[in-house]
Design a protein around this ligand. Structure first.
Ligand code: ZN
Length: 243
């Protein structure tokens, strides 16, 4: 059993906040069909194919999210917004509920705690697992420099940890990781898509910590390959290509 899937803190400053503009189409409109548009080498991700939340035939993937911890309404909203603007925008997910956990939920259950953020596994391995994901909103005992960029840290970490929750392992664990990136952490995936990506939000060797909380171009292509491409993203591409 590997260690928990954690987001280590690098001393780098946290980059720009997420914005819808920044989440707009960054690629050239080639994504018309999520199953065929991924040319070899264009997309990356390292994932566990046995813990995905979806049935490909069903299209949209509903995923219930709930909070184990009370309070922090503003910070919780930052997380919800960041996840919906990244994975939820480019992939065909319906992250729903975002309310207090009950015993009835089959969900991603999030605990808020001042410790290193992590998930207890990849993908559906954390489904309905108590405290299956841990997020830090205060940063007193872990990465206190985040107090100078609190919202950015909360967003960036949420995007990384939700990557794990969707079944994505650390990019630097891939077998084709170059020797210059020696930072293996957590357990491995079972499959890869495309070439190794330094810019991935899942790559510790990315010189921009957690890629500033934004999916790289190849993260976007990868999530569209593993899951379905989100209809909002397809609509944005259609508008762009029509201009
Ligand atoms: Zn991680």
């Amino acid at each position: 059993m590997g260690r928990p899937y954690c987001l280590q803190f690098a001393a780098a400053s946290i980059a720009s906040l997420l914005s819808l503009a920044a989440c707009g189409p960054a690629i050239d409109g080639a994504v018309a069909d999520d199953s065929t548009a991924m040319a070899a080498g264009e997309a990356e991700l390292y994932y566990d194919e046995y813990v995905l939340w979806w049935s490909r035939a069903s299209g949209e993937t509903p995923i219930t999210v709930c909070w184990e911890s009370p309070g922090f309404a503003r910070e919780k909203e930052l997380v919800r917004e960041a996840v919906n603007r990244t994975w939820g925008f480019y992939g065909y997910f319906d992250f729903k509920e975002w309310t207090d956990c009950t015993s009835d939920y089959s969900a991603i259950r999030i605990k808020i705690s001042d410790e290193q953020p992590h998930t207890k596994g990849l993908g559906t391995h954390i489904q309905d697992v108590s405290n299956g994901m841990v997020l830090n909103f205060t940063f007193v005992h872990w990465s206190d420099s985040c107090q100078d960029s609190l919202d950015s840290c909360i967003r960036s970490i949420a995007v990384h940890e939700f990557g794990h929750a969707l079944g994505f392992a650390h990019e630097q664990n891939r077998p084709d990781t170059p020797p210059s990136c020696d930072d293996t952490q957590g357990s491995n995936g079972t499959a890869t898509v495309g070439a190794w990506d330094l810019s991935s939000v899942m790559n510790y060797c990315n010189p921009e910590w957690s890629n500033g909380g934004q999916l790289s171009t190849t993260d976007i292509m990868g999530v569209g390959t593993v899951y379905h491409v989100g209809p909002s993203y397809l609509a944005a591409i259609a508008v762009t290509t029509a201009l």
